[in-house]
Design a binder for this molecule. Structure first.
Ligand code: PLP
Length: 444
């Protein structure tokens, strides 16, 4: 597709004419999507795109996964109840039982389920209220570059000034630095600084109600909290009676190679929030998992019309039963992750002018340039023009974020990386030339 074609689509697109200026993804991807299957999206004019974004992590099992699709078709054509408030339904009961038997029990986890409004931020809001009700305290600590959503409580915890611009009163949350490194002394310093703060605040009767953490920050730039640090954080929370909330909305449901992103740390969070891929098919659902002793709600005290998305329950149950009854899928993710890492390693070593480096695990990776933050955005734009949908993240959009469906085949992964390689070939040559010219001008 040429640049001119894209301009035309933009001008004729109703979203361009009528939708609020707040629209965002449509700007990075100026096309009109029509159909999708697995890791491929086809536009209204028949162009195919490889999807390395997966609905921002909502499509871990790919677009229109046929196994899940059939379950939905059967349910809809059998007049299965679609909307039900929070009535008991067959679909909901099956979801709860399957999640318990396929996910919680094998991991020795004991949690109650709270269904809230259908998006991630709804789950974060519920978690904040639980922490406040349990402890009787207000403050929640977050981490720098954290992302937890866009509503009043979650936005306070989201550490990105762009989203708070023009909004007074969203600066009440304390954000500590997330030590995304493996250096022992930095990690120890981080934990002792959190311990000092909790100690001081507890002595003044001013301890926070909870600490909320993403074990891997997605929107913040693929920043990985070390497992030992997470363990130490968990211990501190227990020591000071502060609830630990793990936000696994983007990194849960297998994204990192385990169902929960924190499994290897062996921690025992008080509250876990899930959304995005828990709905199986990209259908909205959010889930709060809370320790039974923290279930302090009175009936209906946190309610909402859309707490029972039965289509999402059906899709989620099928996804869990199909992918998570044994360890094969997780093994497959980890095996494909090695291949992804090899491809990233080649990009990092082959383009010295771009000076790229990467980090990640499972099916979440970030690629960044030491040379210039804007390079990630250039790669994103040029890749889209060549048929690859990939996003950037980080405060300055300086990280190219790999977030393909977990079901992507090696062939599909390779197709995406071939586009990235072509783009890096071009950009690296340009930067090498610019560098040579600058050196020549400096020596003249
Ligand atoms: N928490 C995390 C870690 C997220 O990545 C997101 C969204 O990207 C949210 C919360 C908010 O979820 P939603 O956009 O569904 O409200």
């Amino acid at each position: 597709m040429t640049g001119n074609d894209m301009q035309e689509i933009k001008a004729n697109d109703p979203a361009h004419r009528l939708e609020s200026n707040v629209r965002s993804y449509v700007r990075s991807f100026p096309f009109v999507a029509k159909t999708a299957s697995g890791s491929t999206i086809t536009s209204a004019d028949g162009v195919e795109y490889i999807d390395f974004l997966a609905g921002a992590g909502a499509l871990n099992y790919g677009h229109n996964n046929p196994v899940i699709q059939q379950a939905l078709l059967d349910y809809v054509s059998g007049d299965g109840i679609a909307h039900s408030l929070d009535f008991a339904t067959v679909a909901k009961n099956e979801f709860i039982e399957t999640f318990d038997s396929a996910v919680l029990q094998p991991r020795g986890m004991d949690y109650r389920f709270q269904f809230c409004g259908p998006t991630g931020t709804n789950a974060v809001e519920a978690a904040i209220k639980i922490a406040r009700k349990v402890t009787g305290r207000r403050d929640i600590f977050g981490f720098t570059h954290g992302f937890h959503g866009m509503t009043t409580g979650s936005l306070e915890l989201t550490d990105n000034p762009y989203y708070k611009e023009g909004l007074p009163g969203f600066d009440q949350c304390t954000h500590g630095p997330l030590p995304f490194c493996t250096d022992e002394s930095t990690l120890e310093a981080s934990i002792s600084s959190i311990a000092d703060t909790l100690q001081r605040r507890s002595q003044n009767d001013d301890a926070p109600a909870a600490i909320i953490v993403e074990p891997i920050q997605g929107e913040g730039g693929i920043n990985i909290a070390p497992m030992g640090w997470l363990r130490a954080l968990d211990t501190l929370c227990k020591q000071f009676g502060v609830l630990l909330i793990v936000d696994d909305i983007q990194m849960g449901c297998g994204r990192t190679g385990d169902f929960f992103s924190f499994e290897k740390a062996g921690i025992d969070p008080d509250v876990i929030v899930l959304s995005k891929s828990i709905g199986g098919y990209g259908l909205p659902m959010a889930l709060v998992l809370l320790k039974p002793q923290h279930d302090v709600w009175k009936p209906g005290q946190h309610n909402g019309t859309f707490r029972g998305n039965n289509l999402a329950f059906v899709a989620a149950t099928k996804a869990l039963a199909h992918f998570w009854q044994d360890t094969d899928f997780a093994d497959e993710i980890r095996a494909k992750a090695e291949h992804i890492e090899e491809r990233l390693q080649s990009l990092a070593s082959d383009y010295s002018a771009l000076d790229l480096f990467y980090r990640g695990k499972g099916f979440v990776w970030g690629l960044e340039s030491r040379r210039e933050p804007a390079i990630a955005g250039m790669i994103q734009k040029m890749s889209f023009e060549r048929g690859l949908i990939i996003e950037t993240c980080g405060r300055s959009d300086q990280v190219l974020k790999f977030l393909a469906p977990l079901t992507s085949s090696l062939k599909e992964i390779d197709r995406g990386f071939e586009i990235l390689t072509d783009v890096c070939d071009m950009l690296d040559a340009q930067y090498a030339l610019d560098g040579a010219r600058a050196r020549k001008a400096a020596s003249a």
